[in-house]
Design a protein. Structure first.
Length: 279
């Protein structure tokens, strides 16, 4: 028997608090009158997140000329747009610290897949005019539900792609719920946008989503991450990349071919961060 909504939310509460803060930050940034003080007050709720934002803000990744000694300085200098991606990176990094034995998945591959998907999502958003913050969040957190299922009491080990090639079907038969559905439940609870919730829930079948565009964007982005060599066990049969999906995502095939190289450069830059030194 799989976890119900109350159990999912309870299990989700054991995840790093930075993820919930990331959701509230995104909601704040959607409001045109949000000020610096509000953002600082929100991030400061989590001392670990605060410390990592200041440290990463002072790293070579952001290249600030002067050292930041406070969270206020870091947010002011980095800017509202980049503080969103920085907090998202820290939150996702915290969530990806442990291997997922139930999925035969290493923490390193889980992290690489999250970063690859998020960078491609942001690049697609720049082409089709959708919200870049939302797209980036969606890519980073698309597999959040699998952390919860991995930590669920009595979690069953996935037998591997050779024995069971369709991971989503295995989740449904094993738990009565998929990782995507679990993730969507948590993201909705943490006040992420309706577009993010729909995309995560329907990422394997975007045409079934009420909000088709973000779901198609996520499907294409996951397919590209797989093509880059950063896919997850059991997901290969889920993804396709064709003109019909390009149309659903609001981009042309030419757009798609042009955006991927730049997204790969950003992926390489993020995965090259020396976290032990920077955060």
């Amino acid at each position: 028997m799989g976890p119900d909504r109350a159990t999912i939310i309870t299990l989700g509460s054991a995840l790093p608090p930075a993820i919930g803060i990331f959701g509230r930050l995104e909601a704040l940034l959607r409001q045109p009158d949000t000020g610096l003080d509000e953002i600082v007050a929100l991030v400061r709720v989590d001392p670990v997140l605060t410390f990592q934002v200041i440290r990463l803000g002072n790293s070579a990744f952001y290249g600030l000329k002067n050292h930041c000694d406070s969270l206020e300085e870091a947010v002011a200098r980095i800017g509202f747009g980049d503080i969103h991606s920085l907090v998202g990176l820290v939150a996702a990094r915290q969530a990806c610290q442990q291997d997922l034995p139930a999925y035969q998945l290493s923490a390193g591959r889980f992290w690489e897949n999250a970063v690859a998907t998020s960078e491609i999502m942001a690049a697609v958003a720049a082409r089709n005019g959708t919200d870049a913050h939302t797209a980036y969040s969606t890519g980073l957190l698309r597999n959040l539900g699998r952390i919860v299922l991995n930590n669920h009491v009595g979690a069953v080990r996935y037998p591997g792609a050779a024995a069971t090639p369709d991971l989503t079907a295995w989740e449904k038969s094993t738990y009565g719920v998929t990782g995507a559905e679990v993730g969507a439940t948590l993201l909705e609870h943490w006040r992420f946008s309706a577009a993010t919730v729909a995309a995560v829930k329907f990422q394997a079948a975007p045409a079934a989503a009420e909000l088709v565009v973000p779901a198609a964007m996520l499907h294409l982005s996951a397919a590209a991450a797989e093509a880059w060599g950063f896919g997850l066990p059991g997901e290969t049969p889920l993804w396709r990349e064709d003109s019909a999906l390009h149309e659903l995502a609001g981009i042309t095939e030419a757009d798609w071919r042009e955006l991927l190289p730049a997204a790969r450069v950003k992926f390489d830059r993020v995965t090259g961060i020396k976290w032990a030194a920077a955060a």
